[in-house]
Design a protein around this ligand. Structure first.
Ligand SMILES: Cc1cc2nc3c(=O)[nH]c(=O)nc-3n(C[C@H](O)[C@H](O)[C@H](O)COP(=O)(O)OP(=O)(O)OC[C@H]3O[C@@H](n4cnc5c(N)ncnc54)[C@H](O)[C@@H]3O)c2cc1C
Length: 410
């Protein structure tokens, strides 16, 4: 039997954004928290365009100052293009109250900034430690850990938070996985020296480009503050040609078909190896149990198109930490009512937008030139991450999107 090495109030799996923010929040409430992280930071991660709503969660976790000082690219909106059609949403002119700007971040730097903050605030982080198994009992939860080049050990806690992202540790171990309702897609992406001098390109916005003749194919261009950018293409599984081994040529080939995007990237230097992710949309039967809760991508992940992943991860971390605090205070919170359902409200708002994007309704709205300023500000709110603002009619009645799409078409 592996040696037992200590007991904590909470163990968090993963030091990504959800794990770091949950840990910092719990430390602030006064708990002993251990984060077990499989990799060593800084490490690459995808998910580089933040939404303004996430600033509130970073502020609550005491991490905002460090993020502001890190020198990331300022972001104030989202621009969309299809061939040479172009429109943009300025998040500062949104319906909901709150932050209207944020950042586009190299995640290696961003995630290390958050993890270092959590550590400075008192969370213990052990890097190079893979969680391999867990055991729940009356008295708590025991976690099996496999460190690099050392003997496996066990560690105990009252409660376990799974912030393992695409590692999806608890969904796999506890067989909680459920198929996503979203189709299977592939993302091919890389970082480039962008060399963009075209005045039409706004570095303060993410650029989402729709393929001019295949609306299910779209691209992102996320500029960073150092003259580099992240770019990638998302395509349905069936459109990806397995026989084409050269993924860089595939990405560049699609970019060449991207109208304005291809002009922006004319002088880009593709100097970084390509990456490919597929089948990333996922869901789970439940987001909590007696002794655990799932955070961020370890719970439900929809789709990258509206850059909602980190915002949902931070929202889940903030909500879970507050609910767990009430549990530790003996208030017996109802995790379904106080964690799962509130979190899923915002995810469901994004889901309507993601569905509307792929079936064409939202693209019709975005590229319509007859949308009113008030409708634009409500859509802008959701694109800025305010998917939990129940004052916004598009949060309360997401079916409005269909009506709006009809109006825009007419
Ligand atoms: C193509 C694509 C583009 C995206 N673009 C955006 C975007 O622009 N903006 C945005 O907000 N989101 C985006 N996302 C989503 C974003 O990547 C995630 O939502 C976000 O990283 C989730 O954060 P997290 O903390 O839940 O998990 P992660 O950031 O994945 O962190 C999980 C951590 O857990 C660790 N871990 C895993 N398994 C174990 C284990 N067994 N033991 C110990 N540690 C473990 C990992 O090493 C990792 O460090 C995108 C996703 C995809 C697929």
């Amino acid at each position: 039997m592996a040696e037992l090495q200590g007991r904590y109030d909470v163990i968090v799996i993963g030091a990504g954004p959800s794990g770091a923010v949950a840990a910092a929040s719990l430390v602030k409430y006064g708990y002993r928290v251990l984060i077990l992280e499989r990799q060593h930071f800084p490490r690459f991660s995808i998910g580089e365009s933040l939404l303004p709503q996430s600033m509130e969660f970073l502020e609550q976790a005491g991490m905002l100052q460090a993020v502001v000082e890190a020198g990331f690219q300022h972001k104030n909106g989202a621009a969309f293009c299809r061939g040479y059609e172009y429109d943009f949403f300025d998040f500062r002119q949104k319906f909901s109250a709150g932050w209207g700007t944020t950042y586009q971040v190299q995640r290696s730097h961003f995630d290390k900034t958050l993890a270092d903050c959590a550590e400075r605030q008192g969370a213990e982080i052990r890097y190079g430690q893979t969680v391999t198994a867990i055991e729940q009992s009356e008295s708590g939860v025991t976690v099996d850990v496999l460190p690099e080049n050392e003997a496996p050990y066990r560690v105990e806690a009252e409660f376990l938070l799974d912030g393992s992202g695409f590692g999806r540790v608890l969904p796999r171990l506890l067989k909680l996985e459920k198929a996503s309702t979203l189709g299977s897609r592939i993302a091919l992406f890389t970082h480039v020296e962008d060399n963009i001098s075209d005045p039409r390109f706004d570095r303060n916005k993410i650029l989402i480009t729709v393929h001019p003749s295949v609306p299910e194919i779209w691209y992102w261009l996320i500029p960073f503050s150092n003259g580099r950018a992240s770019t990638g293409v998302v395509l349905p599984r069936e459109l990806f040609d397995e026989s084409s081994m050269d993924e860089q040529a595939t990405l560049q080939g699609y970019i060449a078909e991207g109208g304005m995007l291809s002009e922006f990237l004319t002088h880009a230097v593709f100097d970084t190896p390509m990456r490919k992710l597929e089948g990333y949309s996922s869901d789970v039967e439940q987001l909590f149990g007696e002794r655990f809760a799932l955070l961020g991508n370890a719970g439900e992940f929809l789709d990258p198109v509206f850059s909602s992943g980190v915002t949902i991860a931070l929202k889940s971390a903030t909500l879970a930490a507050a609910t767990l605090h009430r549990q530790f205070q003996g208030l017996a919170p109802d995790w379904k009512q106080e964690y799962e359902l509130p979190l899923r409200t915002g995810i469901d708002t994004f889901r309507v937008f993601v569905d509307g994007w792929y079936d064409g309704r939202l693209q019709n709205v975005i590229f319509a030139d007859n949308k009113s300023e008030s409708v634009k500000s409500m859509i802008s709110s959701i694109l800025a991450g305010y998917a939990w603002d129940s004052c916004n009619p598009y949060v309360n009645e997401p079916a409005r999107l269909s009506t709006l799409a009809e109006l825009c078409r007419g």
